[in-house]
Design a protein around this ligand. Structure first.
Ligand SMILES: [Fe+2]
Ligand SMILES: [Fe+2]
Length: 274
């Protein structure tokens, strides 16, 4: 199994990849090819896939971590070339999402549910699903005893007005690789520690590595110390962090964990998972 970061906020040094605030991973297995999230735009997604020598028609399944447009913005550009393939996600993916800054704006899916349903085969569940042999969705992260990866400006329409986004759809992937079990995160709005605890509880496995966005942007020092403590209790999984991890959190984790942490810009390929 090979995992490649296709889209991230940053790119590999001296590469021709394009960066944008978004995330997409490509997972290549003996059984097929999965695109996990689609970045913020089709322009960047298709450019970076082309650099990797991957045409959209080579993708056998799509998996989406959650609705936000930095993870789903590339979907429209793919649809004509991936028609009929399955889309794995949580049923709440189609709930409208908003961000309130100077003005209120929609930050959810770039297409209506009906438009996607005409082109893709929905595989929607709050329970874990096996996408291909060795690759599962986590299902909904229901137990959130640890801090979540929240942004105060993320809203949904509630019965009585605007509510904080509960991020019920936020999921990660779990990969059984040649080097152990890997958790591949999208944005970790459900919380990194909650996600890892859910994987341990649901899959009953030791986690060898964690890659992707961990949404520690707003994490204070107390929480980051807790993250370090839990990671040590988990046997120090190797970390390949990007997207919404936050530069300050990355530096603090690197100071505490040293060589166990590495960046994961667009163009990074994990051959260690082969
Ligand atoms: Fe998000
Ligand atoms: Fe994100």
């Amino acid at each position: 199994m090979t995992v490649t970061c296709v889209v991230d906020n940053t790119v590999c040094d001296h590469s021709s990849f394009w960066g944008e605030h978004g995330l997409a991973f490509l997972i290549e297995t003996k059984s097929g090819c999965i695109l996990f999230d689609t970045g913020r735009s089709g322009t960047v997604l298709l450019h970076n896939l082309e650099l990797l020598g991957i045409g959209p028609e080579a993708i056998n399944a799509l998996a989406i971590s959650h609705a936000h447009h930095d993870h789903t913005g590339g979907l429209p550009a793919l649809l004509d070339q991936v028609a009929g393939i399955p889309l794995y996600a949580h049923p709440d993916l189609f709930r409208e999402r908003f961000s309130r800054g100077k003005e209120l704006k929609s930050v959810g899916l770039p297409l209506e549910k009906e438009a996607l349903e005409q082109r893709l085969t929905f595989q929607l569940s709050a329970e874990p699903m096996e996408i291909l042999p060795g690759v599962w969705t986590t299902g909904e992260i229901t137990d959130r005893a640890e801090p979540e990866g929240r942004s105060a400006h993320h809203l949904v329409r509630g019965v009585e007005g605007w509510e904080s986004d509960p991020y019920r759809d936020d999921m990660a992937l779990v990969l059984e690789t040649g080097r152990g079990w890997v958790v591949l995160c999208g944005c970790c709005h459900a919380g990194l520690l909650n996600t890892l605890a859910h994987v341990r509880r649901t899959f009953g496995v030791d986690i060898a590595a964690v890659a992707g966005g961990t949404h520690l942007l707003q994490a204070d020092k107390v929480h980051l110390r807790r993250v370090v403590k839990v990671l040590k209790e988990l046997g120090l999984p190797r970390l390949y962090l990007n997207h919404c991890t936050g530069q300050r959190a990355y530096v603090i984790l690197a100071q505490a964990l040293g060589d166990e942490i590495a960046p994961c810009p667009a163009g990074t390929t994990f051959e260690v998972f082969a």
